[in-house]
Design a protein around this ligand. Structure first.
Ligand code: KG4
Ligand code: ZN
Length: 340
């Protein structure tokens, strides 16, 4: 019987400190996520310096907790240390990268640098083996990207946002509607109570024959609706506006994913990933579209617990790199602008 490979993974690119122990890239032995959202909510967004300080305070403790929870005997059983190298906030990333380099050095383990966006895609690895070629849609607070993959870690970005990420647009619209930060999930809940036909929100770039997105104009359209209503002394029906915005986002995303799957008919799987993959409307509508038009393509959506930032996905993405001995040396640095 082959020996199991255990990877200790660290994620600290934004406002979640997370440490996981992953067996053979597909089984979660521990995945501890310490969210800092309570510290940032009063600022209405993530404050990088506050985030860095929280990561420093949390990380050593979480490493100990993850090892204990995993049931492994200790460092002797760990085969490699993986860490998010980027993209993300430089201070937060540095905390994770420094911790990982230190652990790799002390315990003589290989170090594996992982791209955060690759991590989001590999969060589906806990649902099924990845079958290539696949198409992935990453929708998060910082990114909106359609990615074609011929094989493990072979990424081709075939479409992306020209301005705001979809999660960013959700957070900004939510703030306008006085929802707490991060507003995406609250806006999603509110949208389900509203009528999407009351307010007209444009579907940006929907008719353009490409796979790119633009969410900034859609966000501005919502802002204009609110400002105009305020000037006229009218009350905004928040649920209706949330529903109008959500439906516009869903229609744009559905149209672009459909176009991508028609462009790449050889695709075996479609992966939906990133924090916004938790959105009920997007999950439901894409699932429906897949059943109706692309039933030959397997759709993978991670459970809600693995949509947001977590270290399990970093461990999953690290495993194929481990198998190919794609290790990093201890001089690596955080890369806030890292691309796929
Ligand atoms: O992937 P993630 O945890 O962090 C980044 O890498 O950015 O994504 C966070 C984003 C936030 O913008 C948050 O508002 C959004 O995901 N989000 C949602 C939902 N849950 C989280 N957006 C829409 N609907 C949701 N249910
Ligand atoms: Zn993320």
């Amino acid at each position: 019987m082959n020996k199991s490979i255990f990877i200790l993974a660290i994620e600290s690119s934004c406002d979640e400190t997370s440490v996981a122990i992953i067996e053979n890239g597909s089984s979660i032995k521990a995945n501890i996520v310490a969210s800092q959202v309570k510290s940032h909510v009063r600022f209405g967004g993530v404050v990088p310096e506050v985030a860095s300080r929280h990561h420093v305070e949390q990380i050593s403790q979480l490493i100990g907790m993850a090892i204990k929870k995993s049931g492994i005997s200790g460092w002797g059983q760990i085969d490699a240390v993986a860490v998010t190298q980027g993209p993300g906030l430089v201070g937060p990333l540095l905390v994770g990268v420094t911790a990982a380099k230190t652990l790799a050095y002390i315990y003589h383990k290989p170090l594996i640098a992982v791209n955060h966006l690759a991590g989001h895609i590999y969060s589906s690895r806990f649902m099924s083996e990845l079958k290539f070629p696949l198409l992935a849609l990453i929708v998060s607070g910082g990114h909106t990207e359609l990615v074609y993959m011929e094989g493990d870690h072979r990424f081709e970005v075939v479409g992306e946002t020209q301005d705001d990420a979809v999660g960013e647009a959700y957070d900004k619209v939510g703030r306008l509607l006085d929802l707490p930060y991060p507003a995406g999930k609250y806006l999603d809940v509110l949208a389900q109570k509203g009528d999407p036909r009351v307010y007209e929100v444009p579907r940006a770039m929907i008719d353009e024959e490409n796979l790119d997105f633009s969410f900034s104009g859609m966000k501005s359209a919502v802002m204009n609706i609110v400002h105009n209503a305020n000037q006229r002394g009218e009350t905004i029906q928040s649920a209706d506006l949330a529903a109008g915005f959500q439906l516009a986002v869903i229609e744009v995303i559905e149209t672009k994913v459909r176009r991508a799957l028609r462009t790449y008919p050889q695709v075996k799987q479609f992966v939906l990933a990133g924090g916004v993959a938790a959105n009920s409307g997007i999950r439901t509508q894409l699932r429906k579209m897949m059943d109706e038009e692309f039933s030959q393509v397997e759709m993978l959506i991670p459970p809600l617990s693995l949509c947001g930032d977590n270290a399990a996905m970093i461990g999953a993405a690290a495993y194929p790199l481990f198998c190919e001995e794609q290790f990093s040396n201890l001089t690596i640095n955080a890369k806030p602008g890292l691309m796929l």
